[in-house]
Design a protein around this ligand. Structure first.
Ligand code: C5P
Length: 210
C-alpha cells in the first residue's frame, strides 16, 4: 500500500481527563499498519519556562492558550505535512517546564494530534482533516485528573483541587468548551465509546487503503 499524497491530520480536543489520550491510542492500536500512524500531544508544546523560578512556574495558568508554544506546534505540523522529520520537544509535568531532551519523529500518513486546545488556533485547525471533540462530564473529568495528577504528575490533593477551581475549570468554560463548535464529530464519554472509536478507525483505515 503506497503512501498518501499528503498526510492526514486528526485533531482530538476536550477537557483535561476527558479521554482524549485513550481515544487516540485505541484508534492507533486498531490500525493495521502501525508505522503509518503517529500520535502527538499538545502537552509537548507547553512553553519552555526553564528560566522561570519554580515558585513562579507553579502559579502559571496552564489551561490558557498563551501557555502553549502554538507557533512551534504549527511549524512542526507543517514540517510533517511536507514529509520532513521533526525534533519534538518533551515536557516534564513535575518540573513544570520543557525538558532538555527532544524526540526525533519521522512523518507518518496519519497524524493524531490530541490536547485541550488543539481546536483553539485557527491556523492549526485549518491543517486538520478531521476535528473531534471529546465531551465528558465535568465530575468524571475531575476524578480522573485527581487520580492521574497524584499518581503520575507528583501532585498533592490540595494542589489539584486549588488548580482545578482556580484555572482548570474557568479556562475550560472560557476557552476549551467553546471549541466544540469547530468539531466535525463530538464523542460523548471518551475512551469508553467503542462505537465512536470504531467509526473513526474505519474511516482512517479507508483513507489508508485508498
Ligand atoms: O493531559 P491533559 O489534557 O490533562 O493535560 C492538560 C492539563 O495539564 C491542563 O489542564 C493543565 O492544567 C495541566 N498542566 C499542569 N501542569 C503543568 C502543565 C500542564 O497541571 N505544568
Amino acid at each position: 500500500m503506497g503512501k498518501l499524497e499528503k498526510p492526514v491530520i486528526i485533531g482530538i480536543a476536550g477537557g483535561s481527563g476527558s479521554g482524549k489520550t485513550t481515544i487516540a491510542h485505541e484508534i492507533a492500536n486498531d490500525i493495521k499498519d502501525q508505522d503509518r500512524i503517529m500520535i502527538m500531544t499538545q502537552d509537548s508544546y507547553y512553553k519552555d519556562n526553564t528560566g522561570v523560578p519554580m515558585e513562579e512556574r507553579m502559579k502559571i495558568n496552564y489551561d490558557h492558550p498563551d501557555a502553549f508554544d502554538m507557533p512551534l506546534l504549527e511549524a512542526q505540523l507543517n514540517q510533517l505535512l511536507h514529509r520532513k522529520p521533526i525534533e519534538m520537544p518533551t515536557y516534564d509535568f513535575t518540573a513544570h517546564t520543557r525538558s532538555d531532551k527532544t524526540v526525533h519523529v519521522e512523518p507518518a500518513d496519519i497524524i493524531i494530534l490530541e490536547g485541550i486546545l488543539v481546536l483553539f488556533n485557527e491556523d492549526i485547525r485549518n491543517l486538520m482533516n478531521i476535528k473531534v471533540y471529546v465531551d465528558t462530564d465535568d465530575d468524571i473529568r475531575f476524578i480522573r485528573r485527581l487520580e492521574r495528577d497524584m499518581k503520575e504528575r507528583g501532585r498533592l490533593l490540595d494542589s489539584v483541587i486549588n488548580q482545578y477551581l482556580g484555572t482548570v475549570k474557568p479556562m475550560y468554560n472560557q476557552f476549551i468548551e467553546p471549541t466544540k463548535r469547530y468539531a466535525d464529530i463530538i464523542v460523548p464519554e471518551g475512551g469508553e465509546n467503542d462505537v465512536a472509536i470504531d467509526m473513526l478507525t474505519t474511516k482512517i483505515q479507508s483513507v489508508l487503503n485508498q
